[in-house]
Design a protein around this ligand. Structure first.
Ligand code: PMP
Length: 429
């Protein structure tokens, strides 16, 4: 038995399913999850001493690679001064000013501790501000695990085939209206069916929890127009895309002005952080100035702020996002070329440092329905084949892949070559 297998057995005695977040359990692909000992740059090292080129990057935040010097040093320095004060610090002001500078649509921002808190709080604020209970989300988008957002959700919810969770009272979910991603007509129909009742639309500007689906031209613009027409707020959930797709977020990249933006793991540089912000007149409704309540003992934690600030500082280097996007394109196109050579049809989507591989013979994947039709057996074989080759991909066909600045040309070329061998085996079966 490997040490990972032993630990997984042991973990299942005291941790439900052996993991602290469901997708980690490898249920979607079968087998035993790797227990990680350490990580550095582009690599993960498991407890059995194996090295993997990593394309999960802690599910997005490790844009500079694992264990980056300047982030680690900032954390150590901050820790010397104390781990938590429950009182304001200068670092929080610096973080808020930096976010507001980098994301022009954000005039004020509140720090929280996770993406789940960010979306839950932004939604409460939007409902409080508009006085309307209903909101629209898209099938296959994941916004964390707040009750009303666990309806037709993506990520682990799709992996386990239960997109709506038991335990969410029907009364809590009845105001959640779901539409089809990239299909504006489905949104229009909801506004027509519920005139004056819809307070917000929430969406991932690039869907990253049903693999990776960019918005089709006109989709985001159309949502903005519909919100303006019907007096609803546009909440863009950039927990995954913020500071990954571009320095001004995916909404900046696509030129859309949201009313509220949710941020997450990326601004923590690996520490548990989230944030939501946007129009000052909307944020004014938040406690302590306004009536909409939201709070957090550890929010704005000084160690987390130090990590996030260190990462955001490096991310401002000129040319960084162009280089990250070029690396990502090289990887995805290289794998697609190997797939073509092997005779296994694969479609790809690439946006900045995010990519999606789809085992599908459709040329372009733009909808949830198309993702649902992909060949899951081929994905599983590919996932396990790549793991044996020393390449770590997300253990689900419904997750985006992530590159970091630490991935060298050699790492990318080695990954493409490994994909060629694995795809040839898949083709032979
Ligand atoms: N929104 C999006 C778009 C996400 O991808 C995620 C998590 N991957 C969340 C919200 C929830 O964030 P967290 O897991 O930090 O609660």
């Amino acid at each position: 038995m490997t040490r990972s297998e032993t630990l997984f057995d042991q973990a299942q005695q005291t941790i439900p399913g052996g993991v602290n977040s469901p997708v980690r359990a490898f249920k979607g692909v079968g087998g035993t999850p790797l227990f990680i000992d350490s990580a550095d740059g582009a690599y993960l090292f498991d407890v059995d001493g194996n090295r993997y080129i990593d394309y999960v990057g802690s599910w997005g935040p490790m844009i500079l690679g694992h264990n980056h010097d300047s982030i680690r040093n900032a954390v150590i320095e901050a820790a010397h001064k104390g781990l938590s004060f429950g009182a304001p610090t200068a670092a929080e002001v610096e973080m808020a000013e930096l976010i507001c500078k980098l994301l022009p649509s954000v005039e004020q921002v509140r720090m929280v501790n996770s993406g789940t808190e960010a979306t839950m709080s932004a939604l409460r604020l939007a409902r409080g501000f508009t006085g309307r209970d209903k909101f629209i989300k898209f099938e296959g988008c994941y916004h964390g695990h707040a009750d009303c957002l666990l309806v037709k959700a993506g990520s682990g919810m799709l992996t386990f085939g239960e997109p709506t969770s038991p335990g969410v009272p029907a009364d809590f979910a009845k105001h959640t209206l779901t539409a089809d991603y990239n299909k504006l007509d489905s949104v229009k129909a909801l506004f027509e069916a519920y005139p004056g009742e819809i307070g917000a639309i929430i969406l991932e500007p690039v869907a990253g929890n049903m693999n990776c689906i960019p918005p089709v031209p006109g989709f985001l613009e159309g949502l903005r127009e519909l919100c303006d027409q019907h007096g609803a707020l546009l909440i863009i959930d950039e927990v995954m895309t913020g500071f990954r797709v571009a320095l001004d977020g995916a909404h900046g990249h696509y030129g859309i002005k949201p009313d509220l933006v949710c941020l997450g793991k990326v601004i923590g540089g690996g520490m548990p952080v989230g944030a939501f912000g946007g129009r000052a007149d909307v944020m004014a409704h938040l406690a302590p100035n306004g009536p909409v309540y939201q709070a957090g003992t550890l929010s704005g934690n000084p160690v987390a702020m130090a990590a996030g600030l260190a990462q955001l500082e490096v991310l401002q280097q000129p040319g960084l996002y162009e280089e990250l996007a070029a690396k990502t394109r090289k990887l995805a196109e290289g794998i697609q070329a190997q797939a073509k050579a092997a005779g296994v049809p694969i479609a790809i989507n690439v946006v900045g440092g995010m990519f999606g591989l789809f085992f599908s013979d459709e040329a372009q994947i733009t909808t949830f329905e198309q993702v649902s039709r992909c060949n899951m057996e081929q994905f599983k074989a590919f996932f396990h084949g790549m793991l044996e080759e020393g390449v770590n991909l997300a253990p689900s066909a419904f997750e985006a892949g992530f590159l970091s600045m630490a991935h060298s040309d050699e790492d990318i070329e080695a990954t493409i070559a490994a994909a060629g061998r694995v795809l040839a085996k898949i083709a032979a079966n």
